[in-house]
Design a protein around this ligand. Sequence first.
Ligand code: B1M
Length: 216
Amino acid sequence: MSELLNEISAALQSGKAKTVKELVPRALEEGISAKDILEQGLLAGMDIVAVKFKNNEVYVPEVLIAARAMNAGTELLKPHLAESGAKPLGKALLGTVKGDLHDIGKNLVRMMFEGKGIEVIDLGVDVPPEKFLEAYKAEAPDVIALSALLTTTMGEMKSTVDAFVEAGERGNVVIMVGGAPVTDSFCESIGADIYAADAASAAEAAKQAILEKKGA
Ligand code: B1M
């Protein structure tokens, strides 16, 4: 692995957003691809933070500042991960479900969707079912993409699917779910349409779903 990618990983682990913001453009200038910077620099660093968090070697404040550094780095990669030019393929509504504040995975999903030419309305974190429904009515998206990182908030995915059933809108939209504790069988059990394990496969699946919906 390039020394610069190691430095990015290390800066992220110690929550040095400013250093991450300096190193990411330098890596791009050196010809390292945005994908490698993301996977071998930023995500590699966050993986180490995650293990330390699990083992109680670091705590919420340290994880939070590492997360800020991660988001600072990914923002800089955004234009480099996006495919250029074409008019939007379709529209997606995205959010982390009610009670859940994790947004790094969601932000990656947004970036990968945009990279596929899908317009994203990002509702942020802690989004209750009624807000998804309200935004659905205002925006008429093709796909609704729900992220959850906590076992305690996965149930909100079901509440969101149920809200669309109750509103008589379930048949009109594709609902996609993902996040570390989410599985294919959970997706099926709550009546969602698509489970995606990572942001890149989520974007590919959303693209296919939009093309199918539009009869292409
Ligand atoms: Co949290 N946290 N956290 N945390 N946190 C986890 C999730 C945890 C597994 C850590 C642990 O204990 N081992 C654990 C959950 C345990 C469980 O429920 N099973 C946990 C806990 C317990 C908590 C708190 C309760 C801690 C506390 O307060 N005591 C608290 C809850 C707050 C809340 O949400 N209400 C909390 C708080 C936080 C921080 C605020 C400090 C911070 C979040 C900052 C932020 O997001 N801005 C944080 C972080 C950073 C983590 C870990 C360390 C890293 C998560 C992450 O961003 N990973 C995490 C440990 C871990 O995951 N191993 C942990 C990188 C990111 C790229 O991966 O989000 O999984 P991820 O996204 C992946 C896939 O899941 C997928 O694509 C991405 C990869 O391409 N994906 C989708 C995600 N969404 C998708 C949607 C899709 C498709 C794919 O379709 C729509």
